[in-house]
Design a protein around this ligand. Structure first.
Ligand code: DC
Length: 225
């Protein structure tokens, strides 16, 4: 088989990475890998065991006792903690914050590294996250850094959470988002930053369809040469 194609999409939360990547993966027939869901699974495991997410020693000690894996059902990625599908439990604000804290810890990043890289070595993938173009897939065929203003991203995330029936305010979503942006980009382990060869795309003010079109054109141009 030829070397698989990998498309790395990095950027802060709420920039539209997962929605756009999912649509593009379907159109191209690639596997969509949501790496944030893997970090969320670790964050969920930490909370489930009653561990303080800031307690790096306890978080590291937990890792040998858990397995995180992923699978696909009806084209959707599912994440498993010790073989149990926990996809339904990882999108709460508490798990978001626990994932943001624990993902800054190098042992957590090492723990999830091979799973991500192996998946890209064996399949054509669109993988989204924070360090895909810089750390996980430095050899990616295309690297895109997707961003938007904090207000734009908070608005989208707020509407998404409300649609799921969660009782949140826009102000809380915006302040959580700013806190997570700060954590994600100021940590010493694999901070959120564009790869040198990433294509920068700002989706502020775009509709989803417009953003999808921009990325589709970019990817098609690069993949086809
Ligand atoms: O993309 P998300 O919001 O589902 O990600 C959850 C957390 O995981 C986020 O705070 C940053 C972290 N993360 C990371 O550190 N590296 C990745 N490749 C993906 C996510």
């Amino acid at each position: 088989m030829n070397k698989p194609i990998s498309i790395a999409i990095d950027g802060p939360s709420g920039a539209g990475k997962s929605t756009i990547a999912r649509v593009l993966a379907k159109e191209l027939g690639y596997i969509y890998v949501d790496t944030g869901a893997l970090y969320r699974t670790v964050g969920y495991a930490v909370l489930q065991r009653g561990i303080d997410p800031k307690d790096a020693v306890a978080v590291e000690a937990l890792l040998p006792n858990i397995t995180v894996s992923m699978g696909y059902a009806n084209g959707e990625q599912r994440v498993f903690l010790n073989g149990e599908d926990v996809s339904a439990y990882i999108r709460t604000p508490e798990v978001s914050m626990a994932a943001s804290t624990t993902s800054a810890m190098p042992p957590v990043r090492r723990f999830l590294f091979e799973l991500q890289q192996d998946t890209a070595r064996q399949n054509n993938v669109i993988m989204d996250g924070r360090d895909i173009g810089t750390v996980v897939l430095p050899f990616a065929t295309v690297k895109i850094f997707l961003t938007a203003s904090a207000e734009d991203r908070a608005k989208r995330r707020f509407l998404e959470l409300r649609e799921k029936g969660m009782d949140v305010t826009y102000e809380d979503v915006l302040s959580d988002m700013k806190e997570r942006d700060y954590n994600d980009s100021h940590r010493s382990a694999a901070p959120l930053k564009p790869a040198e060869d990433a294509i920068m795309v700002d989706t502020s003010g775009n509709t989803l369809e417009e953003s999808i079109d921009i990325l589709k054109t970019l990817v098609q141009k690069t993949v086809k040469g």
